[in-house]
Design a protein around this ligand. Structure first.
Ligand SMILES: [Zn+2]
Length: 198
């Protein structure tokens, strides 16, 4: 019945509970639309982009999700062992991911931002003083999401958690490598200078 557009006849047939659901669906659709540019940024490493998309759609197989569908019985975050591993905890409720995010944002010259993944993605749209800088920021954020998921996998499968600095270093290296490959001649000298100083 509802796929992002409110049809006028829907209002005649639904009760108030369904209307509440419609508003929730509408806000989810809007959030996803607001995140499209950040997620589908051409300057992001493709595998980072894919993980970012899965995370933004809440499709990563977190431990809390697996336990819910009867796979395994441990829903605890393997990185901090302090909370249930949900998408909200992974990005960025966990102290480990919050620390990595803070260091990456500092590297990019962004102010400290506390918020879950969607709030962060929406906030990022207002950052950066040019299109190129925003593309670099989105690429770094995709790298952060990918490498946090990788660190989580290490914790789950190998019982080893990379240090915050190791994870951040991988984000920086991947971002710099990818942008260096794609940087065009049209990018302003001041932007090139900013990127080179990263
Ligand atoms: Zn945690």
């Amino acid at each position: 019945m509802f796929n992002g557009k409110l049809q006028s006849h829907d209002w005649l047939t639904v009760n108030k509970y369904a209307i509440k659901g419609m508003y929730q669906n509408l806000s989810e659709v809007q959030t996803k639309a607001h995140c499209a540019k950040q997620v589908w940024n051409r300057h992001s490493v493709p595998r980072h982009r894919f993980t970012m998309w899965l995370a933004s759609q809440d499709r990563l197989k977190t431990r809390a999700r697996l336990v819910k569908v009867g796979i395994g019985n441990d829903s605890q975050c393997a990185v901090c062992c302090f909370s249930e591993e949900t998408i909200t905890h992974l990005y960025f409720g966990c102290a480990y991911s919050a620390s990595c995010k803070a260091v990456v944002f500092q590297w990019l010259g962004l102010s400290d931002h506390r918020g879950d993944l969607h709030r962060t993605l929406i906030w990022l749209r207002r950052q950066g003083t040019s299109k190129f800088r925003r593309q670099v920021i989105y690429a770094a954020c995709a790298g952060l999401i990918y490498h946090l998921w990788r660190a989580r996998n290490h914790a789950v499968w190998d019982a080893v958690v990379p240090t915050v600095l190791q994870t951040v270093k991988r984000v920086k290296m991947d971002t710099k490598g990818r942008i260096q490959q794609l940087i065009g001649k049209k990018v302003k000298a001041s932007d090139v200078e900013w990127f080179s100083a990263l």
